[in-house]
Design a protein around this ligand. Structure first.
Ligand SMILES: [Zn+2]
Length: 314
């Protein structure tokens, strides 16, 4: 018995096998990579973490996009550190995009971080808070996690800097961090304020649709992106309210083609799209001929250094 166990352990070492959920944290160890932390939507039954993404460069996670349920666990499994982040960018404040944020902030208490952490999100409206109101609802004086209020009032080792990003009708620059620039545009997600995000880092371009019907400046946001992460939340033929919230595969293919993206990554996979990959891909192929990947939790997409502009990788 013991011998069998040892043989199995030796095999695991030889072939780099890891137990589920304990994948070796190697994404982005060198160069630039996008990692999907959560590839699912709001349903527990999809058995995936909800929305969350990292942009890595040379072993450091530089940008976190969204922090839905399960993302805190995947963030740890990915080997990421809150201390390395230049910014957190929310697409919107639905629970499946934001509910693990407080857990990540609490986790950062045990790390060594002194520089402020910008936290971007859309402005609020009658039914949804903006980034500033969201942070206040968590960590403000009357917030649910007011015991973590030090992270807002300047008395913790670092300070969260929430900022509402107004980007209606155009793509706007949001922040510059050494070799990384962020831009956002407002996207339609029913009646909710929502943003798509673009990160330019070391000559690479990564774009995130967030949840959206696809109406708006998404193609401009994703223009020439090396990777476009699009949310595959509804199947072919979706109409009505669900289509005001989410892109169909037809929409995704059209936008990917219009934006001339180099790779399309499909995430926010839900029970209504899981198992329908063939028809999803066929609908996308009507418009877009480039590589298409269906993401799982912790999927890692390195950017080929040959495609990058060496002059801008300093
Ligand atoms: Zn969502």
């Amino acid at each position: 018995m013991r011998e069998a166990f040892l043989r199995l352990a030796a095999c695991a070492l030889l072939f780099g096998l890891a137990a589920p959920g304990t994948a070796a944290p190697s994404c982005g160890a060198t160069g630039i990579a996008v990692q999907v932390l959560g590839s699912g939507g709001p349903e527990a039954a999809d058995k995936r973490a909800s929305s969350g993404y990292l942009v890595w460069r040379d072993g450091r996670a530089r940008l976190l996009v969204d922090a839905g349920g399960g993302v805190k666990l995947r963030f740890g499994e990915a080997g990421a550190s809150m201390a390395d982040l230049d910014a957190v960018a929310f697409t919107h404040f639905h629970a499946d995009h934001a509910s693990d944020f407080a857990a990540l902030v609490k986790s950062s208490y045990f790390e060594d971080r002194s520089r402020a952490l910008p936290v971007y999100g859309p402005p609020g409206n009658a039914i949804m808070p903006g980034a500033v109101a969201f942070a206040d609802a968590l960590f403000g004086q009357s917030g649910a996690f007011r015991y973590l209020g030090d992270f807002l009032d300047g008395s913790a080792s670092y300070t969260l800097e929430p900022q509402d990003v107004k980007a209606d009708g155009k793509v706007v620059g949001v922040g510059a961090f050494r070799d990384m620039r962020l831009a956002a545009t407002a996207v339609e997600h029913g009646s909710l304020p929502a943003l798509g995000w673009r990160a330019e880092i070391g000559g690479a371009v990564v774009a995130f649709s967030g949840d959206t019907s696809g109406k708006g400046e998404l193609a401009a946001l994703a223009r020439d992106a090396d990777i476009f992460v699009a949310h595959n939340a509804v199947p072919v033929g979706t109409t009505g309210v669900a289509h005001a919230l989410h892109m169909t595969p037809d929409d995704i293919g059209r936008i990917a083609a219009q934006a001339k993206v180099k790779k399309l990554v499909l995430s926010h996979r839900m029970l209504r799209t899981l198992g329908r990959e063939a028809e999803t891909l066929a609908a996308i192929r009507v418009h877009y001929a480039g590589p298409v990947e269906f993401a799982d939790d912790l999927s890692c997409y390195p950017l080929n250094p040959a495609n990058l502009n060496p002059a801008s990788t300093k």
